[in-house]
Design a binder for this molecule. Sequence first.
Ligand code: PNS
Length: 167
Amino acid sequence: MPDPDMFNEITAIYPGSFDPATLGHLDIIERASRLFPRVLISLSEGSNSKQFAFSVQERLEMLDRIVAPFDNVTATSFSGLLTRYARQEGSMVLIRGLRAISDFEYEFQMASMNKYLANEIETIFMMTSPRYHYLSSSIVKEIARLKGDIAGLVPPELRDDIEAKFK
Ligand code: PNS
């Protein structure tokens, strides 16, 4: 039987690329902050093969701004394996948002690989709120590039930076 006090100490990590963070990410951050005593929003410094529009510094600075209202949430970045970083931080919970069935295969593979690498770490999936099911960082960048209105898609404090990037 686990010690019930351990639940007061859990650090959850919500990892991602956040290129840039959207209202869908913010929704997960807000809900995770109510479930866990300490939450790290952890930006991967880019071990995957994606091309990013925003630098690590820009993305981290934007994350800092959107987590500022949450006392128990901190923005961090990490390089290398997520599971190694989670162990360093003493975290046994990874959070990922799931929008649609199309996300599942990639997420299932990642969660399974992370489980293989660190069996004690659990991935917990949170369903994205229905109003954000269609939202992704890629689609936000495309709309911004084509000078569409991104006001209802990204946290208000990031809007100017995102529009400026695609001027
Ligand atoms: O927002 P994303 O791009 O879907 O996030 C993917 C991310 C950053 C969580 C993933 O690529 C990752 O964990 N990268 C760190 C390197 C790592 O641990 N890779 C093995 C995971 S299977």
